[in-house]
Design a protein around this ligand. Structure first.
Ligand code: S6P
Ligand code: ZN
Length: 177
């Protein structure tokens, strides 16, 4: 069974922009430390390109409600400096997360409070788990947008304090694993 739509993609980004109730994006300048800040635009030719867009749905706002998010992480024009999401801890120390790759390839990166880093490959229709208490970000290691779905408690909360902006993984090493 082929579950791709008429465009040949699992995910229709234009439709997400039309239908998702909550939407946000991050530009290169907001993520600067690991990105150098001098890439050509990848989305609209701007000097400060969109690195990723996030589309979110929630079932409510209690601890038993769920958050579902689709992130579209664009491909960097410089393979030496792949695009990644900012990365965060959850404010709820018991709040884990499920990550499912939809399109493209890359890496989920887990970072403990003690500085341990665990890379996990992200491929289409593969899943990975963020254990409670670990910071997490995703890096796009391919030539096309990396689209992934995340699911966690709706009230898990995002904590960006103490999360380094610099790369957590040596990307040349990361691609060999
Ligand atoms: C939510 C989940 C994702 C990220 C999104 C953007 O818990 O981990 O939806 O929010 O990928 O990442 P960041 O680090 O900018 O929040
Ligand atoms: Zn998260």
């Amino acid at each position: 069974m082929d579950i791709r739509g008429p465009s040949g993609h699992l995910v229709d980004i234009d439709q997400l922009r039309t239908t998702a109730p909550s939407q946000s994006l991050r530009r290169l300048s907001e993520l600067s430390a690991g990105h150098g800040g001098s890439h050509p635009g990848n989305l609209d030719g701007a000097d400060d390109p969109v690195v990723y867009e996030v589309f979110e749905w929630t079932t409510g706002s209690t601890p038993t409600d769920l958050l579902c998010a689709v992130t579209v992480l664009y491909s960097s024009p410089d393979p030496e400096q792949p695009f990644h999401t900012r990365g965060h801890f959850h404010r709820d120390p018991d709040g884990g997360e499920l990550v499912v790759g939809l399109e493209g390839t890359g890496r989920l990166e887990l970072l403990s409070r003690q500085g341990e880093v665990r890379p996990v490959a992200i491929d289409p229709l593969t899943w990975a788990q963020v254990p409670p208490g670990w910071a997490h970000r995703v890096t796009n290691l391919g030539p096309v947008p990396l689209v992934f779905l995340s699911s966690c408690s709706a009230v898990v909360g995002h904590d960006y304090e103490g999360v380094p902006k610099e790369p957590w993984v040596d990307d040349l090493l990361g691609r060999e694993t």
